[in-house]
Design a protein around this ligand. Structure first.
Ligand SMILES: NC(=O)c1ccc[n+]([C@@H]2O[C@H](COP(=O)([O-])OP(=O)(O)OC[C@H]3O[C@@H](n4cnc5c(N)ncnc54)[C@H](O)[C@@H]3O)[C@@H](O)[C@H]2O)c1
Length: 340
């Protein structure tokens, strides 16, 4: 039996992002708690549960789904498990927070979204960058008309180091794994839908990434339904740290969001001028956003309102990613209508 009025979460997947979400739910978000953690690697589940003083650690996530005291699950397992777990969790009546992407396959995404609709539960997708205070402010200024009509949207998104090749091989490729956040950001900032993409991509960082069938460097041009034009520039390796910037230029002005740094000290000497590098990677850069997204998810459950990032917001960036990949492979602009 539930002994508090807290929303009780089950966390599925105790890897990089599962650890972060479990810790946030357990310690940083009022009114929620972690009831149980599951991972196919039982040791990972047990270690995380012990660290956070959670009594239930399972090797099989069905243990969480059949527990009537659990209100919601956070799906943080590998991408290829998301769609199946969404369907089963929805059928078990659990609200669902699911990490991006829902899946690489549109038919599987549609089946998952169908199950969510039938069950009438809440589903939020983990596009955390929308909850970054800087990007949120840029979005608000655009929505308030401060820069007039947006004409050009520029997104720079470069990782400090590529993931292991084992991860690259199951990641769905850079467009669906990494750029997917930027496709979501493009929709979020522009308030319009992408209708066509043109990709120039290659392997500049690590030949092994190319041998695994993926790319590590890309510039993607986007055309939006409202006529605006965008560019996304990606690299899997920026030697100076995690480079996350946006700029939106419009008829009445421009708004930019720069990188976050650990401090804003600037050292001047005879050799030059030195300031801190950007915060290292997503865990450091987007700390606040991971807390804010789950706070809003919990609020949407409590107040029975729509979550801020719903299922269709999970589907469309996958569609854009598939079009970007097709454009790269066929070396031509691709309309979204061509892929789904
Ligand atoms: N929003 C973000 O910023 C962000 C950042 C990183 C990862 N992600 C997403 O989160 C997901 C996980 O990524 P990660 O980097 O944490 O990966 P990871 O490999 O570190 O962790 C995945 C965990 O899931 C477990 N797992 C696999 N199948 C399972 C199953 N059937 N049941 C229970 N556990 C299972 C694995 O044993 C592993 O511990 C991916 O979909 C990724 O795209 C999102």
């Amino acid at each position: 039996m539930t002994t508090t009025n807290n929303l009780r979460f089950g966390v599925i997947g105790a890897g990089r992002i599962g650890k972060l979400h479990a810790e946030n739910i357990a310690t940083r978000i009022p009114g929620v708690e972690v009831a149980a953690i599951a991972d196919v690697d039982l040791n990972s589940a047990q270690e995380l549960a012990a660290r956070l003083h959670i009594s239930v650690a399972a090797g099989d996530y069905h243990t969480l789904l059949s527990d009537p005291t659990i209100d919601a699950v956070a799906i943080c397992s590998s991408t290829d498990t998301h769609a199946k777990i969404i369907i089963q969790a929805a059928q078990a009546g659990k609200h669902i927070f699911c990490e991006k992407p829902i899946d690489f396959d549109l038919a599987k995404i549609d089946a998952a979204l169908d199950a969510v609709e039938k069950a009438g539960i809440k589903l939020q997708i983990g596009f955390n960058r929308r909850f970054d205070p800087n990007f949120k402010k840029v979005r608000t200024m655009i929505a308030e008309g401060k820069i007039g009509t947006p004409h050009i949207i520029r997104i720079t998104s470069r990782d400090p180091a590529p993931p292991p090749i084992s991860y690259v091989k199951v990641s769905g490729g850079m467009f669906l794994d990494m750029t997917i956040h930027d496709f979501d950001m493009a929709r979020y900032l522009s308030g319009s839908e992408v209708v066509e993409v043109y990709t120039a991509a290659g392997v500049m960082v690590d030949p092994e990434i190319g041998e695994a069938g993926d790319v590590d460097t890309a510039v993607i041009t986007l055309r939006f339904a409202n006529g605006a034009i965008g560019t996304i520039d990606n690299s899997r390796k920026a030697v100076y740290g995690y480079d996350q910037r946006v700029e939106v230029f419009g008829s009445e002005g421009m708004v930019q969001a720069h990188n976050n740094t650990p401090d804003n000290d600037i050292f001047f000497s005879a050799d030059g001028v030195l300031s801190a590098k950007p915060l290292y990677f997503f865990l450091e850069r987007y700390t606040e956003s991971y807390i804010a997204e789950l706070k809003e998810f919990a609020q949407s459950i409590r107040e029975n309102t729509a979550p801020p990032v719903v299922g269709i917001d999970g589907r469309i960036p996958v569609l854009i990613g598939l079009a970007a990949r097709k454009s790269h492979l066929e070396n031509r602009p691709v309309k979204l209508t061509e892929v789904g």
